[in-house]
Design a protein around this ligand. Structure first.
Ligand SMILES: [Cu+2]
Length: 392
């Protein structure tokens, strides 16, 4: 359309009208197709097929295989035929046998002892879509570590990666020699090597741990995890959830965008998968609450892009930034979480329903740029609640 206008500036207005008419035709057509249980109609050509959560400017171009491959590699001159995006399915579709979980420490002489290793794993972003990743204890991100303020913590770490690494305790008031900066506070931990991190857990708040060696690459390969220090004066919550955000470049055959490239060869603009706690919608676990619950959600942005996280149906009460309690909590329905930042919010579960929680950069709720809904999305769901809406 824009091309035609460039070539025929005198017909700009009629071109615009034609564009509007075409968009209406497409929208009506897509609506009719979605009414047909959202199933693709064989042989139907649809240039733009907005699903229930689509944005007006959502579009798919070229011959993009939505089941695999890199969205940016659309072939020139290919047929414009794409599948209708599926409707939002409420139920999370977790990857079998793969979950990011808290691990409990052993307690020895009053010290809480965690055992961590770093290793390469094949990690499924949604069922069947694995990417080569580096994780802790076979999890991507690493397991959640929850401790109490003032606890003595020891982490026995083994490096099972083919490259050196270290662990940095982001935001935690550790002794300098526990800060994990290679060449400054410790030697890099070589492949097969070990290191013992030991410190007092302080202050309270939402923190995270991550590699600090070749960190642009190693964080992006998945080497991060949540580290929560509970304060004694925190309110009692019925439910608490960590939402750790990250982005991935997944190439065909599940190769990671970092494989075989230097830093100069890596393009931060090419992220095509977006994850909460290591998985993309619909594999993201929902936040299941009961009516009357007081709920705290701890958002950690372990990626390199900012994510405006939006909760449907009510305002979040933001109570902490980077682990620090806010002297004046504030209300918001969208919270912009920059790289490395943490925001904690709470809410009272007083409106039974299925409430979407998602990034509002809507490219980030796609998987490989062509399957919407996906990416940074899940739901606050209520135990025992029957949604009034029944899917056709
Ligand atoms: Cu985002």
């Amino acid at each position: 359309m824009a091309k035609d206008q460039d070539q025929q500036p005198a017909r700009e207005n009629s071109g615009f009208i034609a564009a509007v008419v075409l968009m209406v035709v497409i929208a009506v057509g897509a609506g009719a197709l979605l009414g047909n249980r959202g199933e693709p109609v064989p042989g139907t050509e649809v240039a733009a097929a907005p699903g229930p959560t689509s944005t007006p400017d959502a579009h798919v171009e070229g011959d993009v295989d939505p089941s695999d491959g890199h969205g940016a590699s659309a072939g020139a001159g290919a047929e414009e035929e794409v599948e209708i995006p599926p409707q939002v399915e409420l139920a999370s579709a977790p990857v079998e046998g793969q979950r990011v979980e808290r691990i409990e420490p052993e307690v020895a002489d009053g010290v809480k002892v965690f055992t961590l290793n770093a290793e390469e794993v094949q990690w499924e972003l949604i069922p069947g879509k694995a990417v080569t990743a580096w994780g802790y204890n076979g999890q991507v991100p690493g397991p959640e570590l929850w401790v109490n303020e003032g606890d003595r913590i020891r982490v026995n770490f083994t490096n099972d990666l083919p490259v050196p690494t270290t662990i940095h305790w982001h935001g935690v008031a550790v002794p300098n020699e526990m800060d994990g900066v290679p060449g400054v506070t410790q030697d890099p931990i070589e492949p097969g090597g070990t290191f013992v991190y030991e410190f007092e857990a302080k202050p309270s708040g939402t923190f995270w741990y991550h590699s600090h060696f070749d960190s642009a690459r190693q964080l992006d390969m998945g080497l991060s995890g949540a580290f929560v220090i509970k304060g004694a004066d925190e309110p009692a919550y019925d439910k608490e959830f960590v939402q750790l955000l990250d982005e991935w470049i997944r190439l065909p055959e599940g190769r990671n965008g970092w494989e075989g490239v230097t830093h100069a060869g890596h393009n931060n603009a090419e992220y095509n998968w977006f994850t909460i706690n290591g998985t993309s919608f619909p594999a993201t676990p929902n936040m299941e609450v009961a009516e009357g619950d007081r709920v705290r959600v701890r958002i950690i942005n372990a990626g390199y892009q900012a994510h405006p996280m939006h909760l449907h149906g009510k305002r979040m009460t933001v109570v902490a930034k980077d682990g620090a309690p806010l002297s004046q909590p504030y209300e918001a329905d969208t919270v912009l979480v920059g790289s490395g930042e943490r925001y904690d919010f709470e809410f009272l579960a007083d409106d039974p329903g299925d409430w979407m929680f998602h990034c509002h950069i809507l490219h980030h709720v796609t998987n490989d740029a062509v399957i919407e809904p996906g990416g940074l999305m899940n739901f606050v769901t209520y135990q025992g609640h029957d949604n009034a809406y029944q899917r056709p």
